[in-house]
Design a protein around this ligand. Structure first.
Ligand SMILES: C[S@@+](CC[C@H](N)C(=O)[O-])C[C@H]1O[C@@H](n2cnc3c(N)ncnc32)[C@H](O)[C@@H]1O
Length: 259
């Protein structure tokens, strides 16, 4: 895979990808390739902050997660870390979906150790599916979350529409994504780390240089938080809000499907 992968406002586009299908396939292959080292690199390269961010998302969504009747989908769940954070001490039923089989194999293995509090004897269910064409009925979920996955979709608007289709009226969308911090000493330091140090360590430990060059490139081409909020509104959600954390390096967007 070429290392200069571009993200257009329409959706992520690996260089040379001629169609959304092409882009999607390349992204899936990239995550499949790095799956064995994904968790290690996630925790290492974020200096463990990824754990804190997921726990914050779970705290923020607690009113929904505390409802025993709530059904939650964690989209682009990867190895399941957000899904497991959401399920910690919460009775809501949580399932995960991702299109990389290798990621899901790891999620499944972890779920045998990290059991859902609601169903202590059952592992969490995971589905292999594309976020743009999900095998679930309309109005199925009370909450749909996605952490660091949305940016990789081949068509952002189509992704938001598919999530909208699956949410119950009044259901909530929550997107956690990286974002570029504002200019200034800390922002510049972060950019230097993200563009120079992170790809080198990622490449060394995963053996995949392209994947860890893709990360900073795709973040810098992704929407700024206000732009993503505007797209979410355009697609038809209401109560669209976002908050940025950790010196403006990640953003959590939330929105609600109208009743
Ligand atoms: C950066 S990982 C994030 C994983 C996990 N959410 C986390 O917080 O660690 C992005 C994940 O999104 C998945 N992904 C990207 N595009 C997808 C799509 N169109 N459909 C389903 N999964 C997708 C990838 O396979 C990968 O596992």
């Amino acid at each position: 895979m070429p290392d200069a992968i571009a993200t257009s406002p329409k959706g992520t586009r690996p260089e040379g990808a001629r169609s959304e299908g092409d882009a999607s396939r390349q992204v899936r292959e990239m995550f499949t390739q790095i799956a064995p080292r994904y968790d290690l690199l996630n925790h290492l390269l974020s200096l463990q902050l990824d754990r804190l961010w997921r726990a914050r998302v779970a705290r923020r969504l607690r009113p929904i997660l505390m409802r025993p009747d709530a059904l939650v989908l964690d989209l682009c769940c990867g190895t399941g870390d957000l899904a497991f954070s959401l399920s910690r001490s919460a009775p809501a039923r949580i399932i995960g979906a991702d299109f990389s089989h290798a990621m899901l194999v790891r999620a499944r293995a972890k779920s045998l150790l990290t059991r859902s509090s609601a169903i202590p004897a059952s592992p969490m269910p995971f589905f292999e599916a594309d976020a743009l064409r999900l095998p679930f009925a309309d109005a199925s979920f009370d909450l749909i979350t996605t952490a660091f996955g949305f940016r990789n979709l081949a068509n952002y608007e189509a992704g938001l529409r598919e999530i909208h289709r699956l949410l119950k009226p009044g259901g909530t969308l929550a997107i956690l994504e990286f974002t570029e911090p504002p200019a200034g000493l800390l922002g510049d330091l972060y950019r230097w780390y993200f563009r120079n140090v992170l790809p080198r360590i990622g490449s060394l430990l995963s053996g995949d240089r392209a994947a860890y060059s893709y990360l900073p490139a795709s973040v810098s081409r992704f929407f700024r938080p206000a732009e993503l909020a505007s797209l979410i509104t355009t697609v038809g959600y209401r109560s669209v809000e976002y908050r940025v954390w950790t010196f403006g390096t990640v953003a959590l967007h939330t929105a609600v499907k109208s009743l």
